[in-house]
Design a protein around this ligand. Structure first.
Ligand SMILES: *[C@@H]1O[C@H](CO)[C@@H](O)[C@H](O)[C@H]1NC(C)=O
Ligand SMILES: *[C@@H]1O[C@H](CO)[C@@H](O)[C@H](O)[C@H]1NC(C)=O
Ligand SMILES: *[C@@H]1O[C@H](CO)[C@@H](O)[C@H](O)[C@H]1NC(C)=O
Ligand SMILES: *[C@@H]1O[C@H](CO)[C@@H](O)[C@H](O)[C@H]1NC(C)=O
Ligand SMILES: *[C@@H]1O[C@H](CO)[C@@H](O)[C@H](O)[C@H]1NC(C)=O
Length: 532
């Protein structure tokens, strides 16, 4: 760092303006990105009000030097990159990108290493200097041209790619020629005849969002991917600056066929007592959008497949629910290993155990709507998997008006001994009409396995043929469980428990979920009243 002080001494002598000190902190850094020829200065203002004086049209000089290099060239070595910024603001200009910047080469043809770097920001009358003691070299920038969140939506005729630019690849994207896309092994090429590519080429900059719309011009080019929940797709941008082709690979965060994103609100799978139970709750606005999409096809669907694919690192299992009509009241889809043909039970139990102990579980849900064999609409989404909290939950209907909730084999000690709010939304297991909503406050902690409620109405609701959604809340901790009773009502064994989901929600989510479910229950009730 000897060199830095020598340089500063030299500069102070020929400083022509009034110098303002400590405008920036020592956290100010510089990054060098050789492959995109960019020097990025990341300024950290020191909130020194004296520095507010710099006008919007400030000048900036960047000077670099190196001691080894200096042995072959007289000292000091100045390599000034001088330019003017038009919207400079002391408080808000925190990034300055010096484009087209390359380090000079030494006698052996290698880039020189830098020992000092000085940034000067000046106007006619004032100057401030920032000496940078360390510079980082970052090379991988061509993979950083866009932020990682880059979903692609495939429709029967077009591809839509949402991309958010980092601004790091201005030079390359400015020379954009085409985009090459491979979908499930088929290749497509799109050139600048596509106006959204021209938009990308022209307006590429930091934090600018683009939505590429690529249409090969043929009918139904992409229908062949409709039933795949995850479409295999790769793509790259091809740029050419007159001499060399550069390839910028794109990595998609998600590739879905004509899907409404975030379709479901509270949806999840739970494992309980050798049963998988899927709880699927669509957002009302999603359903409206889906209905509109179906309407546009001009057909009324006569087959709907609800397909749940549960995947772990090693195995995958597909659960299909096929109906001719969609019943909006059905929220819970149970799948019991004991209901499977005897030659498949062992496989089911093995998979159940595998999922139960697996830390990496993905659940995709596909809703496929057909008219005969023609696919009309699809909806592919991923839903949460929340690790199990209890191994088994069920109601035991007792004597008098008592019914006791059993929370067996706590896997996680989530609840301390505190007043806990229990809410139950209980519906009929056969036609999903609401039997009742109940709410209790009880002191509960995880060591308790039985809680009894003295409520004749609750007892009546859980006596048989029910599906119960339970929300347990303690402060801002919340659990949601769904459990189901078999029609056989002979004490403990009659109860087929259930389903457990959800660990800790924020309070906001808590209220939202509870309100949605309970409003739902009320609406059904009032509908019933109207009918009667
Ligand atoms: C300058 O002020 C901003 C906003 O008030 C603050 O976030 C920042 O930490 C301050 N910087 C310093 C170096 O004090
Ligand atoms: C900035 O660089 C330019 C071009 O080399 C030079 O004319 C000017 O004097 C420099 N300004 C300062 C304050 O060093
Ligand atoms: C900084 O703020 C000023 C005034 O609000 C604005 O004119 C200028 O464009 C801003 N500059 C940047 C780099 O955001
Ligand atoms: C994407 O761009 C917007 C502005 O259009 C910005 O606010 C947002 O933070 C960017 N996203 C990411 C992931 O940086
Ligand atoms: C469900 O079944 C019960 C008992 O058969 C009946 O009273 C109720 O009206 C049915 N509800 C719906 C929505 O079909």
């Amino acid at each position: 760092m000897l060199q830095v002080s020598i340089l500063l001494a030299a500069i102070l002598l020929d400083a022509d303006g009034r110098e303002i000190h400590t405008c920036y902190t020592y956290d100010t850094t510089v990054e060098y990105r050789p492959n995109i020829k960019q020097l990025l200065i990341l300024l950290v203002p020191n909130n020194n009000s004296a520095c507010d004086i710099f006008p919007a049209g400030a000048n900036i000089n960047v000077t670099i030097g190196n001691t080894d290099f200096a042995t072959t060239v007289p000292l000091p070595v100045y390599l000034p990159y001088s330019y003017t910024i038009s919207n400079f603001g002391y408080q808000n200009t925190t990034q300055i990108a010096v484009e087209g910047f390359s380090l000079p080469l030494d006698g052996l043809g290698d880039e020189i290493s830098i020992d000092f770097l000085l940034i000067e920001i000046y106007s006619y009358a004032e100057i401030t200097r920032i000496e940078i003691l360390e510079m980082q070299t970052i090379i991988s920038s061509l993979s950083e041209c866009f932020y990682a969140d880059m979903p692609m939506l495939v429709t029967k005729d077009s591809l839509y790619i949402s991309m958010n630019a980092t601004g790091l690849c201005r030079i390359q994207i400015g020379a954009l020629k085409s985009i090459q896309v491979t979908i499930e092994g088929k290749q497509f090429s799109f050139d600048l005849m596509h106006s959204s590519l021209v938009d990308l080429k022209t307006n590429y900059n930091h934090n600018v969002k683009f939505n590429l719309n690529l249409n090969p011009g043929a009918v139904d080019s992409f229908s062949f991917t409709a039933q795949k929940p995850d479409i295999a797709a790769t793509a790259y941008l091809l740029t050419n600056d007159g001499a060399i082709d550069t390839r910028i690979d794109l990595v998609f965060s998600e590739v879905k066929y004509d899907t409404i994103l975030n379709f479901y609100s509270l949806s999840s799978m739970s494992l309980n007592d050798k049963a998988f139970i899927f709880t699927i709750i669509s957002k009302p606005q999603s359903l409206t959008a889906l209905r509109a999409k179906l309407l546009l096809t001009g057909y009324t669907y006569n087959k709907r497949i609800l397909r749940l694919i549960v995947t772990t690192n090693e195995q995958s299992y597909t659960f299909d629910y096929i109906t001719s009509k969609y019943n909006a009241l059905q929220l819970h889809f149970p799948f019991k290993c004991s209901d499977q043909p005897s030659n498949q039970q062992q496989q089911c139990l093995t998979f159940y155990e595998h999922v139960r102990t697996s830390s990496n579980v993905k659940i995709t849900i596909s809703a496929l709507f057909f008219y005969n064999d023609n696919i009309l609409a699809v909806q592919h989404n991923v839903i949460d998997h929340i690790p199990q909290v209890f191994e088994r939950v069920y109601f035991n209907v007792g004597s008098g008006s008592q019914s006791c909730l059993h929370l067996q084999n706590t896997v996680q000690n989530t609840f301390g001994a505190e007043v806990t709010n229990f809410k139950f939304n209980i519906m009929r297991a056969d036609n999903y009409s609401v039997k009742g909503n109940f709410e209790y406050n009880v002191v509960y902690d995880h060591s308790k396995i039985e809680i009894c409620f003295n409520d004749a109405l609750l007892q009546d609701a859980v006596r048989e043929n029910f599906m119960a959604l339970m929300i347990m809340s303690q402060g801002d901790k919340q659990y949601v469980h769904v459990f189901q009773e078999s029609k056989n009502n002979s004490q403990q064994d009659s109860i087929l428990a259930n389903y457990i989901l959800v660990t800790v929600f924020s309070i906001a989510t808590t209220v939202f979920v509870a309100v949605r479910l309970f409003i739902f229950g009320k609406r059904i009730k009032s509908l019933k009243k109207k009918k009667n």
